[in-house]
Design a protein around this ligand. Structure first.
Ligand code: ZN
Length: 152
C-alpha cells in the first residue's frame, strides 16, 4: 500500500473516532437513564410499569409499588397506566388488568407483592399457588389515578 492510501486510512479512523465518540456517549447516558423514575433502580422488563402523565410524558417504573407511590405523590390524574403481564411480558392498559397481592415479592427494594395479569385464569392460578388475593374495587392499584376516559 502506498503512503497516500495509508494516510487516508488514518484520516478515516480519526474521523470515525470524532463522529463515533459523541454517539457512544449519548448511548451510554441513555442506558443509565433507563432506571425507575422513582428510585432509579434497574427495570426488569417483566415487572415494568409505565405512566403517561397528563402532559403525555412517559415515566417508567421498576414495579407497581413505585408507580403507585410516584402517582400519589404527584397527585394528578394520569392519561394512561401500562402494566406488564407477568405471564407473557406484554404491556397493556392497567384498567383491564387483574391484580393479585400475594406472598411473592417482585422487588426486594420496594417489597412489592402486587402482580399484574392480562388473563383472569393466570391471575387465579398465581393467587392459588402463592396464597394471593385478586384485588377488586378501590384496593386495585391506580384505581383513582388513571382517568376513566382517556378523552377527558
Ligand atoms: Zn422503582
Amino acid at each position: 500500500m502506498n503512503s497516500q492510501g495509508s494516510r487516508w486510512i488514518v484520516r478515516g479512523i480519526g474521523l470515525l473516532i470524532v463522529i463515533g465518540l459523541p454517539i457512544v456517549g449519548t448511548w451510554l447516558r441513555r442506558q443509565s437513564d433507563e432506571g425507575c423514575a422513582l428510585d432509579g433502580i434497574r427495570i426488569d422488563p417483566m415487572f415494568e410499569v409505565r405512566i403517561i402523565d397528563a402532559r403525555d410524558v412517559e415515566h417508567r417504573f421498576c414495579c407497581l409499588q413505585c408507580a403507585v407511590w410516584w402517582a400519589q405523590r404527584r397527585g394528578e390524574k394520569s392519561r394512561q397506566v401500562l402494566v406488564t403481564d407477568e405471564t407473557s411480558g406484554r404491556r397493556f392498559d392497567a384498567r383491564s388488568a387483574y391484580f393479585v397481592r400475594s406472598g411473592v415479592i417482585t422487588n426486594a427494594t420496594t417489597g412489592n407483592r402486587v402482580h399484574a395479569f392480562q388473563s383472569r385464569s393466570d391471575a387465579e392460578h398465581h393467587a392459588s399457588v402463592s396464597r394471593g388475593t385478586i384485588l377488586s374495587g378501590s384496593s386495585r392499584p391506580f384505581e383513582n389515578i388513571a382517568r376513566d376516559d382517556p378523552a377527558n
